[in-house]
Design a protein around this ligand. Structure first.
Ligand code: NAG
Ligand code: NAG
Ligand code: NAG
Ligand code: NAG
Ligand code: NAG
Ligand code: NAG
Length: 788
């Protein structure tokens, strides 16, 4: 009977931060070439190589990985390049006599073939370990080439066991019921299953290896692990560890998506060894995942230490502002390195704040951080929509948090004789403190199960307070000019700078900009932008456009080209002639200006016009689809160059659209102003969020994405369908406002013959771009009598 509702407080610092994978870049020591003519026990060059690569000063664990000729350069190599390198000791690979490898340090066992079951291989491997390393290592692990081992946890486990005794550690197996007879096991006998790995202490190895010949003579089954178990039982007098837990920590899951699907699983989080990982790419993937978890654990540790430092500083009366002055640093043993230096430990004022909901101090009413409420839906004050579906990112985030809470809650469940099971989240409050991280309050429905003493199962409800703290900012410098930072790819030549954002801000004026702010080379910054302008009639507007082009691009020597796709409209031949004349005049005036045109005589279609323009460009050209109504500045051109990346990224700027001059206090001549110098107020215009026509993209990417849908004629839509294609592709989409790309109002004519969807869009746009709601309302009030 709970008299008082206890509030369970858990503060979890999960770390959000940009961590480059290459922080954990492996040593790339040069590898000696393996002598491929290894024939007997005496010449084990490859073993020497391992010795050089792995510093086995502590002689703790010797891992023997059994592989076969056909897996040497796939599975075994994957083991070697992942966990095999970091064992607390040494890893050796064993295979048949004929196996060779230049990739991994391999020991071909004489007189051994790759036949299955590998009983002789296994025993020969143990003999090799015994002959060469018995005195040098405390523990011996017999592993397969499809095993993954978490070295840190393995070390922790083995250090808690006395290696002077005989031990046979692994997941105990008894065989399937129908097999028990053929395995020749007695009722109480077991063996360690080979898949998830088998560990022998030095004492065990010492007792069995001298008797291997006898074990091999008395094989009862064709299961290698069963026979090893029999041998160990007979000569070491022990059986495999029976503990129920071993199923969890020596984990085996035959399911095809066990290690290839989502890795955020309880069984992966609690395992020490995992089996089977048949595909090498899954081995690397799992390894990265485990490293990510390790980073997270280390960051949590770092956060806790920062909190200790901070409270110690308070205890000793050291003010954190003293840190800011470098002279005083010598007097502060807690902070041997001053801010700005490479080994500065980080700002205790931010990182050391203890976990609490009052980390952030309000000073004014604007500072108050509002909470959002998540229950069955997301209720957010940030959105126009007062209630909406919970997006997948929030769902996944909450699942992660709940899993972590449950792991922590149940971590000591054994001592307490109880398990707590998660039922559901009743509601969640969520807010973001921009200085420190995210705060959550979860109302959880749980099931409390006591399994010792008075056994009982009780539903309970608890509040949990969670903080996900920000860490410092990590900055990675990429030297390769053409590449946008991409984790893990070019770790070969990546230098890692690890700075806290405070240092960056403090020094930003003094130091030369790190390369990351300038990762495009000069040629990239001057890359030609190829304007493609579809044009039909509209001479007056075209004049304005050419004026701006002249001022911004020609006179100021921007690296641009202009291609006009000019439609010859027989009903308005005069406008066509004027347009053509203007092009010729400009060409004559600036002979080197790279202005070209193509005359088209069919009916106007923007999609087709742009396609004609695209066809005239080269594969590597950076294209910019523009309309004659748009005015632009240098700044827009910079953004185009910056935001469009070949083979990676497409830029869809959101232009600012001016309302009809009739609703603005401008004369119509103002409307033809020759600059994009507008004030952007909600009375003057709006962001054209629904317009996707202004696009910048490399031609090869445009082609890769399949170009425009040519069966769409007339007004609009082709840009929307192209945008949708781009979203579904692997390209990165940059969709952002550009305050220097301004669409000047011009009235829209909606053709009655358009398809209904297009027509609706057209009429919608026509109404939307007329004026602000405020002005239209005033207009209506003023001229009410004219409306019916
Ligand atoms: C191995 O570790 C010892 C002690 O930590 C160190 O002195 C030695 O230089 C290391 N050897 C190599 C090859 O890294
Ligand atoms: C094996 O893996 C599958 C797929 O991830 C999972 O659904 C299943 O629960 C796992 N089995 C065990 C016994 O952990
Ligand atoms: C890495 O960059 C340095 C300097 O830019 C260059 O000298 C070196 O060859 C590069 N190394 C690789 C592996 O690309
Ligand atoms: C236009 O001018 C009138 C009178 O000066 C003013 O009341 C109104 O707010 C202005 N409209 C806009 C859109 O600036
Ligand atoms: C923008 O605002 C400035 C200062 O308020 C004013 O001088 C300028 O005329 C405005 N420009 C436009 C286009 O309204
Ligand atoms: C192109 O547009 C037409 C008409 O809207 C549509 O029926 C067709 O499916 C589209 N083709 C592609 C490849 O999207």
């Amino acid at each position: 009977m709970a008299r008082k509702r206890k509030i369970l407080k858990l503060f979890i610092g999960v770390i959000i931060g940009l961590i480059s994978a290459s922080l954990f870049k492996q040593n790339t020591e040069t590898r000696k070439n393996v002598n491929s003519c290894v024939s007997d026990y005496e010449v084990y060059d490859s073993a020497e190589i391992v010795e050089n690569r792995v510093n086995d000063t502590n002689g703790f664990l010797l891992v023997g990985v059994m592989t076969a000729e056909k897996y040497v350069n796939t599975r075994a190599k994957a083991v070697y390049e992942t966990w095999g390198k970091n064992v607390p000791g040494k890893t050796l690979f064993f295979s048949s006599e004929v196996s060779r490898s230049n990739e991994i340090p391999l020991i071909p066992l004489p007189d051994i073939d790759d036949n299955y079951p590998p009983q002789r291989k296994s025993f020969a491997m143990l003999k090799y370990m015994y002959d060469n390393y018995l005195d040098k290592y405390e523990w011996f692990l017999r592993a397969d080439d499809d095993l993954y081992v978490r070295n840190d946890r393995m070390e922790e486990l083995l250090k808690s066991v006395d290696s002077n005794k005989a031990w046979f550690i692994g997941q105990a197996g008894r065989g399937k019921p129908h097999e028990i007879r053929s395995l020749a096991l007695k009722k109480h006998e077991n063996y360690c299953m080979g898949g998830p790995g088998i560990i022998l202490s030095r004492e065990t190895l010492k007792r069995i290896v001298p008797n291997i010949e006898e074990c091999l003579k008395n094989l009862y089954s064709n299961h290698e692990d069963v026979e090893l178990g029999r041998c160990v039982r007979k000569f070491a007098g022990i059986s495999c560890t029976w503990a129920y837990e071993m199923q969890v920590i020596f984990y085996h899951n035959q399911s095809s998506d066990a290690f290839s699907g989502n890795l955020k699983q309880k069984y992966i989080h609690s395992a020490i060894t995992m089996h089977p990982i048949k595909e090498p790419q899954n081995m690397y993937r799992l390894h990265n995942y485990v490293k990510g978890q390790t980073i997270q654990e280390k960051q949590q540790e770092s956060l806790t230490l920062h909190r200790d430092i901070s409270s110690s500083m308070a205890y000793f009366g050291i003010e954190s502002f003293q840190l800011q002055t470098a002279e005083l640093v010598e007097d502060l043993p807690l902070y041997p390195e001053p801010p700005g230096s490479k080994h500065f430990l980080g700002d205790p004022e931010f990182l050391g704040v203890p976990a609490s909901l009052t980390k952030f101090n309000y000073k004014t009413t604007q500072d108050v951080l509002d909470w959002e409420l998540i229950s069955k839906s997301l209720y957010s004050f940030k959105d126009f929509n007062p209630k909406k579906r919970i997006g997948s990112s929030i769902k996944e985030g909450l699942t992660d948090i709940v899993r972590e809470i449950m792991e922590i809650t149940n971590s000591n469940s054994k001592q307490r004789g109880r398990m707590i099971e998660f039922k559901e989240l009743l509601y969640v409050y969520w807010r973001l403190d921009p200085l420190h991280g995210a705060d959550l309050i979860l109302d959880m429905s749980l099931l409390y199960k006591k399994y010792t003493g008075n056994k009982m199962t009780v539903p309970v409800r608890r509040h949990v307070y969670v903080q996900q703290a920000f860490m410092g900012t990590f900055i990675r410098e990429v030297t390769n000019n053409d590449e946008v930072p991409e984790t893990g790819k070019n770790s070969q030549n990546t230098t890692v700078e690890n700075m806290f954002i405070g240092d960056v801000l403090a020094n930003i004026g003094k130091m030369p900009l790190p390369k990351i702010f300038n990762y495009k080379s000069d040629t990239e910054n001057n890359r030609y932008i190829n304007f493609i302008l579809p044009l039909s009639d509209r001479f007056e507007t075209f004049t304005r456009f050419m004026n701006i082009y002249e001022n911004v691009c020609i006179i100021d020597e921007e690296t641009t080209r202009l291609l006009i796709v000019l439609y010859r409209n027989e009903n308005n031949i005069e406008e066509f002639n004027k347009n053509l004349e203007l092009i010729h005049t400009t060409q004559r005036k600036y002979p080197s200006s790279d202005i070209a045109y193509k005359i088209i005589t069919e009916t106007f279609s923007r999609g087709k016009a742009l396609q004609y323009g695209v066809d005239l460009n080269k594969n590597d050209d950076l294209l910019f689809f523009i309309d004659v109504d748009i005015v632009f500045t240098h700044k827009s051109l910079q953004r185009i160059r910056f935001n469009t990346v070949k083979r990676k990224q497409v830029y869809f700027p959101i232009v600012y659209s001016l309302y009809s001059p009739k609703f603005l206090n401008q004369s119509s001549s103002d409307n033809l102003k020759q600059s994009a110098d507008y004030n952007l107020s909600n009375r003057e215009g709006f962001w054209r969020q629904f317009g996707f026509g202004i696009t910048s993209i490399y031609k090869c990417d445009f082609i890769n994405l399949g170009g425009f849908n040519m069966s769409i004629a007339g007004w609009g839509v082709e840009d929307v369908s192209f945008f949708e294609k781009a979203i579904k592709s692997n390209y990165n989409i940059i969709r952002s406002v550009d305050p220097h790309l301004i669409h000047i109002y011009h009235p829209i004519e909606c053709d009655n013959n358009l398809e209904q969807a297009q027509k609706n869009m057209c009429i919608g746009t026509k109404a939307n771009i007329l004026g602000s709601l405020y002005d239209i309302q005033n207009f209506y009030l003023k001229y009410k009598h004219l409306f019916r």
